[in-house]
Each structure stands twice: as C-alpha cells, then as structure tokens.
Design a protein around this ligand. Structure first.
Ligand code: CS2
Length: 485
C-alpha cells in the first residue's frame, strides 16, 4: 500500500475569475491544481473556476455538480508515494449541449466583468484549424454554422467570440484567452482561429479583437491518462477515495506562460509556474521531445504488441529507439535558452514514461494523429532535412502511423480510428496499398505541407521504412535498429 499525503481544500473562493472550456481530466489535474494550491496558500481567492464541457461527457458534469464541484486528484510519484489533493476551486460546472440553456449560462459567465481569463483545453481539433498551416478550416460544417449563427455558436472559437462580442457591446474590457492545448505557438493559433472567424462574421468586431484581446502562449505539461474502471477501483481500494470525478496523474507538473494578462492574473509563480516573455522554445521542446516520443511510443509500440506507455518503455529495443529519436532527431532541432539541459530532460522523460502507477494507454495517445503529427514530428523533420541529418526514427513513426490507420486488426476487422480524417483513411486503405498507399498518405496536405512531402529524401525515407515494416514486422525491425546503434 502506498503512503498517502492528503491535502484537503482549505479557504474561501470569493469569485469566479476564470472560465474554462474543456472539462477533461487534464484540466482537472493541471490548471485547477495550480489554482487550488494558490487558494490553500492564501486562504481566499478571487480565482475560482467555472468550467464547461462542450458536447462531450455530460455524466462528469452531473457528477461534479452532485459533489458541489469538489473532486480529488491523486498524484502518483511512484507506487509508494501519492499525494491525494482535494479540489474546491471549481465553483461551477456546465454542460453545453446543442442549443441547450447552459450555453446561455456559459456566455453570461464569460461576459461577466469578474471573468478576467478564459482558458481552453479543447484538444487540437477543437480549434477547427488546418493542422499543417494553422489556418481556419472555413469548410468545416461547424464553422459554417458559426458564421451563419454567431449568437448560437457550436465551436470553441465561436463561443469565445460571442462572449467577446457581448463584452464589447456592454463596454466591458476583453478577457485574456489562454490556450492550454499542445499546439505550436498555441496563443497565436488561437488568435488566428478567433480572429479569422470574426472577420467572416463582423469586420468591426474582428478589428476590436485584434486590438484588444491578449492571447498569451503557454506550455503545459502533466501526464494525465483518461480514467478507466481499473483506476477508479485502485483509488477506492488503495486510497479509500470512492470519487467518480477523481483523476489520477503523475506528480510532475510544469506550466510556462507568456506574461501578458491585461486584466490581471493569479500569482501563479508562487506555485512554481514559469512566467516568461517568449514561451516558444519551451513549447517546441515539449512538443518534439515529450509529445513526439509519446506518439512514437504509441504507433511503434502498438505494432510491437504493447498497450500501455510503461510497458512500451520497458521494452529495451523500443527504449533505445526513443532515446535515439530524442538525441538525434528532436534535440538537434531545438534552440534552448541557457541552462536547459536536453540530455537531462530526455532522461527525466524516460523516467516519467516508466511510471507504472499510470494506466496510460497507447491507444489514447494514438488518437487524432492527423492533428498531432505536424507539430510533434513534421516541423522538426523539415529542419533535419535542411541540415542534411538522418530522420530514420521519424520516418518509421510515420510508416507505423500509416500502417495503424489502414491495416486490418489481427482478428481481421477494419481498424477503428479515432481521428477527424478517419473516413479519408478508410477510403485510401480501400484504394491503395504499398508504395501507392504511402504516397497517398503523404499527399494529405492537411497533415504534410508540400514543402515536406515534395522532398525526395523525405518520401524515400518513409517509403523505405514502410517497406521494411511490412517485410520484417515491428519487433524484428526495432531489434535491428537497436543492434546497429
Ligand atoms: C499525449 C499528451 O495524448 C497525447 O497525445 O502525448 O496528452 C501528453 O500526455 C501530455 O501533453 C503531457 O503533458
């Protein structure tokens, strides 16, 4: 049994200063924890949270309401040491289904003068941007809807924009928008989504957004697997915590934020948040080193027969492969401020992946590959090619992704792929195979910019990796990889 350090919620939340969109496990275990620590330190706070789910997981919202917004976060350092934190800063939980009255409640809350910050974790696809270019997908049916019906928005950018429109009309200053999703230059991407939508709705509003709304970027980091039955049972049996809204995560947590909050912000630095002028080096490091390795572990690991992250990283061949990716294909593309040791960062990441208290499914990380690959692998791959460097690990990752998206499962059934492009993948899988299939995938310009897919060195590397994968299978391929390095 682990030693449990229990930290109850202590203090009074005087006001709701932050509205959050995307009430998933990550939000509950990351942003909410920083605000909770702030509350416990000061005994009172104006930075209470109102958090909303847009269309997914009504059950969780109902559960949280039944518990008056209170829930627990179990932070596992390892199997022996756990901190069980009670969260009391979540003062309002909303579920915004289609056209429901809670959309109105959410918009009123966002328009209220005491709301000074709006944070988002709606996943990469929630911004409705083309993953390769970062431009608004104006052909997306939900964006088409939001252009035609600005007052009844369905998308996250549409909701942010409608709230800003109300603030402007009421003479209330704009809140600051803080994107907490794993996208490159995430503040700028979010600005792009909101202001491009505004330009299509109302040019005057678009100009006001451009002049008055701050979109600082940030890098967020904490490994928070989706909860499953086993995790709930463990919480109940080991920690005596029968909380159906609880979350399990690692003890590590990092947040680096660009300090641009015109209406003020919590004293986050007291809780260890790094407030910086330019977050991009940190964000790029995290995306390529951590998330890039995660996606490799997922696609390569699944094909090597693994299901969980810690199992995959305990496979010696796969661990060597990941170490090589970090040292030779991710780190060389990064320009870090003085004092950041990428070799040390890589070692710490390996230890975090090996945390066997977390049931982190590779299949969860494999989701939405089309939205993740550009920032995790492909921007770095362009740099590697420019510098004449090898990209064998990245090429095998892309080959494994194509294979995972198209090949029937061992029982013969068609793959069920959780990705906005899944219908396209199924169509390509039906029409092509081998070299032609790889070509067709590399031709998906939402994922691969022409500046990359046009380069013969890149195409050849992926074609070779795919051919080797089909010929030898992942296990023996990884073994050979390890033997030759
Ligand atoms: C993961 C991330 O699911 C994924 O794609 O790579 O959620 C990862 O666990 C977090 O970014 C860690 O901070």
């Amino acid at each position: 049994m682990p030693t449990v350090n229990r930290v109850p919620s202590a203090g009074t939340v005087r006001d709701i200063g932050i509205v959050h969109l995307g009430l998933g496990a990550f939000h509950r275990a990351h942003q909410a924890v920083y605000l909770q620590r702030h509350l416990n330190r000061h005994g009172e706070s104006d930075w209470g949270l109102c958090s909303a789910n847009l269309r997914s997981n009504r059950t969780l919202v109902d559960q949280l309401r039944a518990q008056d917004g209170r829930y627990h976060v179990a932070e596992y350092r390892d199997r022996e040491r756990v901190t069980l934190r009670e969260i009391g800063v979540l003062r309002q939980a909303l579920y915004v289904g289609e056209g429901g009255h809670e959309l109105e409640q959410l918009l009123q809350r966002m328009a209220a003068p005491q709301t000074r910050i709006v944070t988002l974790t709606v996943t990469e696809k929630g911004y409705c941007l083309n993953p390769a270019t970062g431009q608004l997908r104006t052909e997306d049916p939900t964006i088409i809807h939001d252009i035609a019906h600005p007052r009844a928005p369905r998308t996250a950018p549409g909701i942010v924009l409608e709230a800003l429109r109300r603030r402007r009309a009421a003479g209330t200053r704009a809140f600051t928008v803080l994107c907490c999703d794993n996208m490159p230059d995430n503040g700028q991407r979010t600005r792009q989504a909101v202001s491009a939508l505004a330009a299509l709705q109302d040019p005057v509003l678009a100009q006001w957004v451009n002049e008055h709304v701050a979109f600082p970027g940030c890098m967020v980091d904490r490994i928070v697997p989706a909860m499953d039955g086993e995790s709930f049972t463990r919480l109940e049996q080991q920690l005596d915590c029968p909380d159906r809204a609880a979350v399990v995560c690692e003890s590590f947590s990092q947040w680096v934020i660009e300090d641009h909050f015109p209406l003020g912000r919590p004293d986050w630095e007291e809780e260890g948040v790094q407030m910086v002028g330019d977050v991009r080096p940190f964000e790029t490091m995290k995306l390529r080193m951590l998330n890039g390795s995660h996606s490799l572990l997922a696609y390569v690991g699944l094909l090597a027969g693994h299901h969980l992250v810690f199992e995959a990283i305990n496979d010696a061949d796969l661990a060597r492969f990941i170490a090589r990716y970090m040292a030779e294909e991710a780190a060389p593309t990064l320009a870090m401020p003085a004092g950041i040791d990428l070799a040390l960062y890589a070692r710490d990441l390996k230890a975090r992946f090996a945390n066997d208290s977390l049931q982190h499914r590779l299949r969860q990380i494999a989701m939405d590959g089309s939205q993740k690959l550009p920032q995790r692998w492909l921007l770095g791959a362009q740099q590697l090619l420019d510098e004449g460097r090898d990209l064998s690990c990245t090429a095998l990752g892309i080959a494994a992704w194509i294979h995972d998206c198209t090949q029937p499962r061992p029982n013969g059934s068609a793959p069920v792929i959780d990705d906005p492009l899944s219908a396209t993948f199924a169509e390509l899988a039906g029409r092509f195979e081998g070299v032609a299939l790889v070509d067709a995938f590399l031709g998906l310009d939402e994922v691969f910019p022409a500046s990359l897919s046009d380069r013969p060195a890149f195409r050849d590397a992926v074609q070779r990796a795919y051919a080797a994968l089909v010929r030898d299978g992942m296990v023996s391929l990884l073994h050979n990889f390890a033997a030759h390095h």
